[in-house]
Design a protein around this ligand. Structure first.
Ligand SMILES: Nc1ncnc2c1ncn2[C@@H]1O[C@H](COP(=O)(O)OP(=O)(O)OP(=O)(O)O)[C@@H](O)[C@H]1O
Ligand SMILES: [Mg+2]
Length: 306
């Protein structure tokens, strides 16, 4: 097992004289196997960043256990196997991107030619090759985020943990990060990332967990979470006469005209598409498609956290 969380709980002291307690993570148990891309999802304040900080050893749990490759997060061997992009990466910004990454790679134990080639390759990989000799203080927000990604993967860790890796990136940058995550997976690395962007999670993850107020409210493959949740049907047909449309309209929940004589009809989840298809055939229309409208991860997310 690459990563195991057992009944992980974190309480913060809050308020006057820090007498209040706020439970940011509440009895969270999760397992990650090698080669998985796992998405930790949840609304603002759900406890995603706190969970990732507990895994990387930046915070101590109030109770419960984290094990990274069977070791405690503070164990030097666990640390060496782990790369982390924090939520708000900040760097000593008088250095150039290259100097900074070389420094951080040195801290990870890389030396000499190996260090130099890894630094260059990683900067190219995150799209900062051309900016490598510029001071980090001149970097844009998206460039700082890319540098954060670079430092998370420069020592080629077996487990890569990314807190909102797409945040601050433009659509091209987001696509590049998605490709990078898939490359890491194909190279046998395990990736755990947090996100609000459900379509990214849907595209990338073998499994996801949804957190709400520190608790696990759903977990599984995205298809597990969304299957069995057909929202209805969409039927598209052409060569429809106005009389045929008028006859069909009351039997559907929506009829949308696409072009002259071509319509899309929407049916509810309780309806079957076959009678409508038969009626279309009877009135001489050409059936183009019948599509089940499946629930998306967003539907599941909204349902479980609200
Ligand atoms: N150091 C702290 N002291 C007190 N409360 C904290 C601390 N860090 C986090 N919290 C609280 O714990 C809860 C979870 O915060 P966390 O940052 O883990 O959420 P998140 O899921 O990462 O949210 P976001 O999507 O906004 O990044 C929040 O209510 C937050 O206010
Ligand atoms: Mg966060």
């Amino acid at each position: 097992m690459v990563l195991a969380l057992e009944e992980l709980t974190k309480e913060f002291s809050t308020g006057f004289l820090r007498r209040g307690r706020h439970r940011a993570v509440d009895g969270l148990s999760l397992d990650l196997a090698r080669g998985e891309v796992f998405g930790l999802l949840g609304p603002n304040g759900a406890g995603k960043s706190t969970t990732l900080k507990l895994i990387t050893g930046l915070l101590w749990p109030t109770s419960g256990r984290v094990s990274v490759f069977g070791r405690a997060p503070h164990d030097p061997q666990a640390r060496a196997a782990l790369g982390f992009l924090p939520e708000h990466p900040t760097f000593y910004d008088h250095l150039t991107g290259e100097e900074l990454l070389a420094y951080l790679a040195g801290v990870c134990g890389l030396r000499g030619l190996d260090l130099t080639t890894r630094v260059q390759r990683t900067l190219d990989r995150v799209g900062l090759g051309d900016a490598r000799t510029r001071a980090v203080r001149q970097y844009s927000k998206g460039m700082v985020q890319r540098l954060g990604l670079a430092q998370a993967i420069v020592n080629d860790p077996a487990l890569v943990i990314l807190d909102e890796p797409m945040s601050g990136l433009d659509p091209i940058g987001r696509r590049e990060v998605r490709e990078l995550i898939l490359e890491l997976r194909d190279a046998g690395r395990t990736v755990l990332f947090s996100s609000h962007i459900l379509s990214d999670a849907e595209m990338l993850c073998s499994r996801v967990a949804i957190l709400s107020r520190g608790r696990l409210v759903a977990s599984g493959t995205t298809s597990d979470l969304t299957s069995g949740q057909t929202r209805g049907w969409e039927i598209t047909a052409a060569q429809l006469t106005p009389a045929a449309v008028a006859a069909l309209q009351p039997k559907t929940i929506k009829a949308v005209r696409i072009t002259h004589g071509r319509y899309t009809f929407e049916l509810s989840a309780e309806q079957r598409p076959e009678p409508v298809v038969a009626e279309l055939a009877a009135c001489g229309a050409t059936l183009e498609s019948v599509t089940p409208l499946r629930a998306t991860l967003e539907d599941v997310f909204v349902e479980r956290v609200s």
